[in-house]
Write a protein that binds this ligand. Structure first.
Ligand code: BGC
Length: 798
């Protein structure tokens, strides 16, 4: 049987209706703002307290309510940060991302949207889509992945889900927000290419490439500075890139307390300050309009962008909505189970320890089995409607007589002789030992970064002690980001269960018992040691600067480039069945991405095991002999596929120009360098059995315009360029280099003379080729003066 699956929509060059907000609301907003005084406009641009905007009663404009996100609703009751309405706590972003299932992300978004409607919330503050630059990032538990393509598509689906229920989202944190240390005062200093290829790409996918209905109503600017400018007042980010290049027309909200200079922020494109600062910043806006520092037309436009979304939000609000808490709990369990990654499941004596065989007796060890860590701490902390734990769920599935429990260690991972001895005794009485470990709250939270990637020493000690007395030890991990596993070779099975949400206990029980066949894949690289990671040892940036010296090489891009063997690679995850990748076909072996549209890639996949299962088919693209330094290969498509035992399917991907492009520093835009590209497909970034090579051409590729900073050699390859190049060399007195060698003269030279000549020529040529044009007037002694250089630049500009 053959099915067709489409990879997530990736047609960046296709121009869609560029609006997040329908035209009628924009027109109504403009008409309303035209009736507002400067004072009223300034009032609207700062919140009314922490969780709502102001309204303008005399014009019938009601306030708009916002609440965190992202993995459940945190509608705060009362003042401050504490106490929120009961809401379903879904797995946090790494668990959702590990499903690689966009349909599931859409379902989670829709559930969240329904809960927001029921609580009178107009905008959910999420999702958070920053890149996991280092495993130490304190908010990694809240972010999807180290890869922008996976992140962008999961976020798009989530946004579609929420907004399909008539509730807005706020895509955060824009941009380059990757560390918690001094998060309001540290500048993320990143080069232009890395910024676009890694740190902005997920935002671009969710904003510029999504269907209009999936574009977030709002974008949240981040706390940090980007290359020395506060993100909340970064005109290039908030206007040039977001609005002018990506066509965004929702509103930008500051992160809470992220405004630095309010007037500069308004001018840069920041619409709403949160929380409200009362008269403090409002007066600054009013004064700036009076003093001429802020154009009244700019204020009106910034206000109208916000008002348009307020009108949209009220239009879509459904008063009196309810939601089915039971169904949402069940969904949370389903997502939790699908995000669980089976990292290891060794085969011995013809079988594997997981799934648990019928009738086995298990020892369940560790406090997390009873009191799980199922979400992170900080602004995303949800007040769950209920919480399940793996111990009780296993008892329910296996029977109380099949489950022995020992505490092993406490919630902070602290153990002692007596607890270890008790755990060892429990293990000896069981067929399989399930030991629950992971990161305690004190290790991982918004507000601070991790200092290392180790588990608590007590947990490591406990695992080692159990592995010493039992051959069937399964480690179950609850953590929001990668951890080190010094005992990896001493246990036969490891299950990564993330911060699995309120139903995470049931999800773990489902996977351990085989009720659910695991299909999660890592959305981040697990390193062996911290020293193996690209941002070490300069993470976190201190003294106000985080220098992103590793460029685009984070996560698997780093490992592949530097041939580092991680503990578990990006995209890795096992199943209780097996999959064979048997064939790959490209629709062409040569394609001009500028004129011939897209390239179709088809692969054949077979479930070669004995159970129904799901596989995440991953497609990576790399250039064989790249002309620019770029990652060995990058994820460009993925598809989640379900197959019955023995069943085969065809998975189809569509690749377009952008899938082969890099961000060009001369053009300040995406560009394709023609060449041979290799497309590889498989089940993990390190297991890509299918490969096909395609010649990529880009006939309309433009070249950066020449400037006074261009090099002499940049004339070459342009119409008329050879003559201009020759003129430069002549002017420099190096015209002899243009004359082909005379074979007779060469024949008369001794080897030493020839060597000396060639050495001299090479040096002289490099000297001329790599000389910026602005140096020519002086270096040619005026032979080729400024006027001539300007004339050449004009000639080559056309
Ligand atoms: C966080 C945001 C959050 C906001 C409101 C900030 O501290 O960085 O992610 O949405 O608070 O709680």
């Amino acid at each position: 049987m053959s099915l067709t699956h489409l990879s997530p929509d990736q047609k960046p060059d296709q121009k869609l209706d560029p609006h997040a907000v329908p035209a009628t609301f924009r027109a109504r907003a403009e008409a309303l703002v035209a009736q507002m005084s400067v004072e009223e406009q300034a009032l609207l641009l700062s919140g009314d307290g922490w969780w709502q905007t102001h309204g303008i009663e005399r014009l019938g404009l009601a306030p708009m309510v916002v609440s965190d996100g992202p993995h459940g609703l945190r509608k705060v009751v009362g003042a401050g940060l504490d106490g929120s309405v009961p809401a379903t706590c879904f797995p946090t972003a790494p668990g959702l991302a590990a499903t690689w299932n966009t349909a599931l992300a859409r379902e989670v978004g829709a559930a969240l949207g329904r809960e927001a409607q029921a609580s009178g919330v107009h905008i959910v503050l999420g999702p958070g889509i920053n890149m996991k630059r280092s495993p130490l990032g304190g908010r990694n538990f809240e972010y999807f992945s180290e890869d922008p393509v996976l992140t962008g598509h999961m976020a798009t689906a989530y946004i579609q889900g929420v907004q399909g229920e008539g509730v807005g989202t706020s895509l955060k944190h824009f941009a380059v927000n990757n560390q918690e240390f001094e998060r309001m005062a540290t500048s993320s200093d990143v080069d232009e290419r890395t910024l676009h290829e890694i740190y902005l790409q997920a935002f671009e996918i969710a904003i510029a490439q999504a269907e209009p209905a999936a574009r977030p109503w709002s974008v949240m600017s981040s706390y940090n500075l980007v290359n020395g400018v506060h993100a909340s007042e970064h005109r290039e980010l908030l206007t040039t890139i977001l609005r002018e290049r990506w066509g965004y027309d929702g509103f930008v909200v500051s992160d809470w307390g992220g405004i630095h200079d309010r007037v500069a922020a308004v001018i840069a494109g920041n619409n709403l300050e949160m929380p409200g600062s009362g008269a403090h910043n409002r007066q600054k806006i009013i004064d700036a309009v009076r003093d001429g520092g802020l154009d009244a037309a700019v204020l009106a436009r910034i206000t109208a962008e916000l008002v348009a979304v307020m009108l949209l939000a009220h239009d879509r609000h459904r008063p009196g909505s309810t939601f089915d808490a039971q169904a949402h709990h069940a969904l949370s369990r389903r997502v939790g189970a699908e995000g669980i990654v089976l990292l290891k499941n060794d085969r011995k004596n013809g079988g594997t320890v997981l799934p648990l065989a019928t009738g086995v007796k298990v020892a369940v060890i560790g406090d997390f089995a009873r009191y799980p860590r199922f979400q992170g701490a900080g602004s995303s902390q949800v007040n769950p409607t209920r919480v399940s734990n793996a111990h009780d769920e296993l008892v329910a599935l296996l029977g109380a007589d099949r489950v022995i429990h020992a505490q092993g260690c406490d919630g902070e991972g602290v153990t002692n002789e007596a607890l270890v001895a008790e755990a060892v005794a429990a293990a000896r009485a069981a067929d399989v030992v399930l030991v629950f470990a992971g990161l305690p709250d004190s290790y991982e939270s918004e507000g601070f970064d991790r200092r290392h990637i180790d588990l608590p020493p007590g947990q490591n000690r406990l695992i080692e002690a159990l592995a010493a007395v039992h051959t069937n030890v399964v480690v179950v991990l609850l953590n929001g980001s990668a951890v080190a596993m010094p005992w990896v070779d001493r246990v036969p099975a490891i299950v990564e269960a993330w911060l699995g949400g309120q139903a995470g206990g049931g999800a773990i029980a489902d996977v351990l018992t085989g009720r659910v066949n695991p299909s999660g894949k890592l959305s981040e690289t697990f390193p062996v040691t911290l020293q193996q990671t690209p941002a070490w040892p300069s993470f976190p940036g201190r003294d106000g600067v985080a220098w992103y010296g590793e460029g685009p090489f984070i996560g698997y891009r780093h490992c592949d480039m530097r041939e580092v063997q991680p503990l578990f690679p990006f995209g890795h995850g096992l199943s209780y069945t097996t999959f064979d990748y048997t064939a790959i076909r490209a629709s062409a072996d040569r394609i001009d991405v500028d004129t011939q549209g897209t390239l179709a890639i088809e692969v054949t996949l077979r479930n070669s095991g004995t159970r129904v299962g799901q596989e995440v088919v991953q497609l990576y693209v790399g250039e064989r002999s790249p002309k620019v330094v770029r990652p060995v290969r990058e994820l460009r498509g993925f598809a989640k596929v379900s197959l019955a035992a023995g069943e085969s399917t065809t998975v189809r991907f569509t690749l377009g120009r952008r899938d082969f492009a890099h961000h060009d520093l001369g053009l300040h835009d995406w560009a394709v360098t023609p060449g041979t590209f290799e497309i590889r497909v498989g089940g993990s970034s390190r297991e890509l059995p299918l490969a096909v090579a395609v010649e990529i051409e880009a006939s309309r590729a433009s070249r950066p315009a020449l400037t006074r900073r261009s090099m002499v050699q940049d004339f070459l390859g342009r119409p008329g360029g050879e003559a201009a190049y020759a003129e430069m060399l002549q002017a420099l007195g190096l015209g002899a280099l243009l004359i082909p060698e005379d074979p007779e003269q060469i024949a008369r030279m001794t080897p030493d003379q020839l060597n000396a000549k060639r050495k001299g020529d090479r040096g002289a040529l490099a000297f001329a080729n790599e000389m910026p044009l602005y140096k020519i007037p002086a270096m040619s002694g005026g032979t080729c003066g400024d006027a001539r250089i300007d004339a050449l630049l004009r000639q080559f500009a056309v």
